[in-house]
Design a protein around this ligand. Sequence first.
Ligand code: NAD
Length: 395
Amino acid sequence: MYKFYARTRQYVFSKALTLIPTREPQLIRGNGTLLQIPELLQKQGTQRLLVVTSPGFIKRGTLQTLFDRLHHAGIQYTVYSRVKPDPTIGCIEEALDEYHQKACQAILAIGGGSVIDCAKVVGARVARPEKSVHQMTGMLKVRAQLPTIIAVPTTAGTGSEVTAGAVITDETNHYKHTVVDLCLVPQYAILDPSLTLTLPKDITAATAMDALTHAVEAYINRFAPKKAKQCAKEAVRLIIQNVTTAYEDGQNIEAREHLLLGSYYAGIAITNAYVGYVHAIAHAVGGLYGVTHGVANAVILPNVLEHYGASCAREIGELADAIHLGGSNDHEKMKRFIHALRFFNEQMNLPERLDVIKKVDIPELTRRALKEANPTYPVPAIWGEKQIAEVLRTL
Ligand code: NAD
């Protein structure tokens, strides 16, 4: 009975999503496009800007030319650079104070998913000051026009520059909250691969596997619209073909550019087709133990696929075909795909298991994962406590 309710709800939501005019950011991409921002802001009439970023970008001096150009363009800017990985509610409130103190009119986020998510929720708090982050958690709880957000991803992973979601950690109970609303989609996404050249190997690997997980989960989900499937398949192709090159040679700008685009397409895919149990479990594990999101996804993905088995063998077979893995039937293609995932993990020194998971925490992790996923995510097979706990035990 529960499964029938969940599937009906998912079907209705997926149909409703096709009726709502979805937004995508205006995409600007290419080496050096970061420096187009001052002109863009001038055209918009923005005079005061909040720049949200992480400390490394200030320390490395990467943004100095941009800051000089903003100055020359007569745009006043204030920088909030204390965003931590997995941004907390505290970060949001500090950046929000900065926004109000300097009477900012727009937000420029330059960083990984943590920075962009922080900026998106700051924007949501500007638009809905009466609502706390907790009150905006869940689906369509913001419903307002946010200030202009320009998102410049510096990791090729979350796709946050194009998604309608933001993940915020409550520092008081280590709970990861997901805010999802179409109004969170930034107005502009700038994919400048030169900004990703400084990514260390481990972050390159983890973030790429995060993007790959988005693409795979969106592709195998029920009711995924055609556009989501196309974007997901293209993302899988771009990521698989470039990930080890970018990992081995971080300065390979072409591989970096393809990874950024793959991550962007994967972001479009999840906006239209959601994620699934891999993400739900990764959020629970990340929240409780602070495991890097991409690392958690990389380890969990092959295990969840194995547990799904036949319920998504056809779809995984199609993805295996897209990257020419061979195999004569869906079962064999799926086996090869899962094997390839483990091979990439090994090649990039990603762990095989998440040793931090304590047996005693499995009921709490299971509860958190199910709370996030059911009944919203249109996963290939609807699971209960038993199956989630089983996967957690294999990790
Ligand atoms: P991140 O933003 O947390 O960054 C990881 C580390 O890399 C940080 O220390 C950061 O300072 C550093 N870094 C970023 N870019 C760099 C660069 N170019 N050079 C050197 N160092 C750099 O990592 P992420 O994986 O991009 O984002 C993870 C967050 O995004 C998590 O909180 C996750 O839950 C969330 N997320 C959001 C969405 C979404 O749709 N909004 C989707 C998936 C995940």
